[in-house]
Design a protein around this ligand. Structure first.
Ligand code: RB5
Length: 149
């Protein structure tokens, strides 16, 4: 059973229950890093919590949510080993697993509905990474991350 880290700010909170329920229906164990209500908080903290849980191996993957998905994805992507993708539809959910092997997806509570978030999570979770030519490209990203030129 996969363990999935979930975290959001106040702008993403509207999606969290739907995402957690979808993950549990898929058989995942969910680790909820907050936030726990709609009081204003700072998205970098939650992006970092989700990303570190994945990068440290505590969780296999993560879902991060803010108003747009953008800020929290930028924060998560600062953690080494994280490939966080903003996803706004099911096509992106499929491709970001098939090609980018995104280990975190970022969703926007002011962009998509809770029902759309659940669909996106299901597709990303169940699709497979294709490897092959895509691995070469992910290796190139790791090289950039490592500071090599
Ligand atoms: C918070 O108002 C908002 O800026 C945040 O949720 C997110 O959309 C940032 O990218």
């Amino acid at each position: 059973m996969a363990k999935v880290a979930v975290g959001c700010d106040h702008g993403g909170f509207v999606l969290k229950d739907s995402v957690v329920n979808a993950l549990r229906e898929l058989g995942a164990e969910v680790v909820d890093f907050g936030c726990f209500d709609e009081s204003s908080v700072d998205y970098p903290l939650y992006g970092e919590k989700v990303a570190r849980a994945v990068a440290d191996g505590q969780c296999d993957a993560g879902v991060a949510m803010c108003g747009t998905g953008i800020g929290i994805s930028i924060a998560a992507n600062k953690v080494k080993g994280i490939r966080a993708a903003v996803v706004t539809n099911t096509y992106m959910a499929k491709l970001t697993k098939n090609h980018n092997n995104a280990n975190v997806i970022a969703l926007g509570g002011r962009v998509i509905s809770p029902a759309e978030a659940a669909e996106i999570v299901k597709i990303w979770y169940t699709e497979e990474y294709e490897g092959g030519r895509h691995q070469r490209r992910l290796d190139m990203i790791s090289r950039i991350e490592g500071g090599e030129r």
